[in-house]
Each structure stands twice: as C-alpha cells, then as structure tokens.
Design a protein around this ligand. Structure first.
Ligand code: PLP
Length: 386
C-alpha cells in the first residue's frame, strides 16, 4: 500500500471504531486517490490534455465533490451525459468547460447557450438544430461534433458526414471546438477494431476543417500516443476501476465500503442458508450476517450456492465467502476459518476496497465495475476522504 493508501486506511479504521452505532453501511470515497489517478492519467496523455468524465453523478461517487477535486488538480474540461447533470455540475465548477454527451435534444438550444454548455452534436439533425438555434439567437455557440467510427451508437455516420461536408454553411453560425469519436473495444488492447476505428477517425476528420480532436476513454489512454489526439476523456480509471482487461490495474483505490455484522451464529446441525435454500452447510460452521444487500447495490448475481461460489469480502486480512443468496438488506458470510474473536456482533466487514475491488465483485456478478459503482446504494453513510 502507498503512503496515501495507508493514511486513508488509518482514517477509515478510526472512523469505524468510533462510528455512530446506528450506522450499518459506510462508503468511504477517497478524493486524494481520485486526484492521484487524474495526475497519472494526465501525465500519460501529455502533451494532450486530459478531461474528466463525470456523468451519472461521477459514476455514482458524487459529482460536486469529485468535480471540485479534479478542478483542484488542474482539470478544466468535463463531460456529462445529460443537461440536468451539466446544471448540477455548474454549481460546483463555475468556469469549467462542460460538454453534454447526449447532445442537443429538440428544444434544448437555449439552455445550452444561456449556460455556455457545449453540446456534443451527434447527428446531422443535431447540427441543423444547433445552426438554426445559433442563427436565431444570435449566439456564437461552441459545440463538439461526434463522428461514428464504428460503435453505431451516437455520432454522424460517414454518409451524414459527407452530406455535412457538402453544406459548409451549416457550420458557419457556430464554432466547432472539438471533433470526437468513441472506441468500442479499447479495454481489449489487441482487438482489431481499435486500429480500424482509429483509421476511420483519421479519415473522417479530413472532411472537416482542422479542429482539436478527442478519441480516448480511460482504456484508450493506455493504448498509446496515437490514440490521444488533443483531449482524452477518461472516466472509470479516475474512480480506480479497471480500464484494460487482463492487465494489472495501475489506478489507486477510491472506493472503500464497510458493512456491519448484525448477528453471529454457530451451527450444530446441517443447515441451508438464505432464500431458495440453495446453499447447504454441514456443522460445525460459524456464520456472520451483515447488513448490506441488493437494495444497496450489492449485486444479487454475486450470490453463492452449494455448487457455485459467490462474492468474497474481507475481514481482518482474511478473504471470507458469501454464503447463499444475497437478500435485499443482508448477506451471510462463512467465518468458520477465522480466529473466533474476529467476527463480532456490531463489528465491520470490508465489502469493497484495495483487496476486494469493484472489479472483483463485478466479475463475480457477471458485470463490470462501472455498473457496481453507479449502483452503489443511497442507504450507505458517505464519507469523503481528502
Ligand atoms: C463514458 C464515456 C467516456 C468515459 O469512458 P471510460 O471507459 O469510463 O473511461 C468517454 N467518452 C464517452 C463518449 C463516454 O460515453
């Protein structure tokens, strides 16, 4: 663990030791780790600039605290998904550049210009509406244009781009400050689609007059210089998540989640544990019931059964398995292999942290760290470490 990680851990243990007895789940968000992750990413992108993607309430971690932290270490450009998110962000970082990835929904032009938000124009229809809006409002609006290089989600298709290139007057009323695209398979560095999309992006850009370009998400940052262009757009790596599959994750741990043990029991006869009676245990076993469940975003798909292991948590330096199905508010752990005094009624269990990561839990649940983060529950008491 780094010095910073040790300091964070000491503060977490101290908080838990003195915690309000009513608390059952505590989510620690290490803002210093987010700052360190931004520095690592922006150092890797340099001389390209590095923005911060803070859509979905900064991947569930709290847009205001995260954005202020990033602004504090030099991040001056942010991407959110929706206009409402842009409005929440503006209060935190007044003078930053804010792009809205979902772009220009019909009728939203005035909200963009009055707040100086920049739409990501994702189709020829978006371009036309922005042009008309800027013309009628007499506003010199700034916007990004997204090109679809193979993801088939948002962005102008090659045919739309050709049509746009034939009508340069559509681009005359506003300033195109960024041309961007998004990579579908950057988390798999050897996927042939990466180089195909890169080649298509270079080709498509040529049809527009030269503009700053943006292509890389977190994983793209690690694909090398040719993917960086002028502005990188990392999200998940800022929050400590794994960007690239099959490689050690270089990012600092941001999320530390603890749940309270509400009951410890000793079994003296064969039992089944939890709903559906899917998990049978022979005695003697010591079981601890912890106050966290799928209502808190602890994924039910990480349930265990007699035949399939499920999620793992940590207790006093030991890995401890979840037993049976994950309930709405509770999980059951098998603590038989731990020294007897370690699992105590009222004690704390580490559900997420440096050794049981968001991605470990995601792998067990058949999903991705992004989904675990963005579903972290509202019932947890949140503590920001800075
Ligand atoms: C979400 C998103 C990103 C950030 O992706 P990560 O994989 O989280 O780094 C970048 N660009 C666009 C267009 C996105 O939608």
């Amino acid at each position: 663990m780094t010095d910073r990680g040790e300091t964070a851990n000491a503060r977490i243990q101290q908080f838990l030791a003195e915690a309000d007895p009513r608390l059952t789940g505590v989510l620690f968000i290490d803002l210093a780790a987010i700052a360190a992750n931004y520095r690592l990413l922006s150092g890797t992108c340099a001389p390209a600039k590095c923005a911060g993607v803070i859509k979905a309430n900064a991947y569930g971690l709290g847009v205001v605290r995260v954005a202020s932290t990033l602004a504090g270490v030099g991040c001056d450009t942010f991407f959110v998904a929706t206009l409402r998110e842009a409005e929440s962000l503006k209060e935190a970082v007044g003078d930053a550049v804010i792009y809205v990835l979902d772009g220009l929904l019909p009728g939203t032009g005035p909200v963009f210009t009055s707040n100086e938000f920049r739409p990501v124009l994702n189709s020829l229809a978006d371009v036309r509406e922005w042009d008309e809006h800027c013309r009628s409002a007499g506003a010199q609006g700034k916007a990004a244009i997204q090109l679809d290089t193979g993801m088939t989600r948002l962005g102008l298709s090659p045919a739309e781009l050709a049509e746009l290139a034939g009508q340069p007057e559509l681009l005359a009323t506003f300033e195109t400050v960024l041309v961007m695209s998004h990579v579908a398979c950057a988390d798999e560095p050897n996927h042939p689609k990466n180089a195909q999309q890169l080649a298509r992006f270079r080709e498509m850009r040529q049809l527009l007059s030269p503009r700053p370009a943006s292509f890389a998400n977190s994983a793209g940052v690690f694909l090398g210089r040719s993917y960086h262009f002028d502005l990188a757009r990392p999200g998940i790596a800022l929050y400590g998540g794994r960007a690239v599959m099959g490689e050690p994750n270089p990012m600092a741990t941001v999320v530390h989640l603890y749940g309270r043990i509400v009951q410890v029991r000793q079994t003296t006869e064969p039992v089944t544990v939890g709903y559906g009676a899917t998990h049978s245990l022979d005695p003697p076993r010591r079981l601890a019931t912890v106050a966290a469940g799928y209502a808190d975003g602890y994924p039910r798909h990480a349930s265990a059964s007699s035949t399939d292991p499920g999620a793992t948590v940590r207790l006093a330096g030991h890995a401890v398995p979840v037993i049976g199905r994950i309930s709405m508010d509770l999980i059951v752990l098998d603590v038989s292999d731990l020294p007897e005094d370690v699992a105590q009624r009222g004690g704390w269990v580490e559900l997420l942290g440096a050794k049981v990561t968001v991605d470990d839990l995601a792998d067990r649940a058949g999903t991705i760290g992004y989904e675990i983060l963005t579903r972290l529950g509202r019932r947890y008491h949140r503590i920001y470490l800075d």
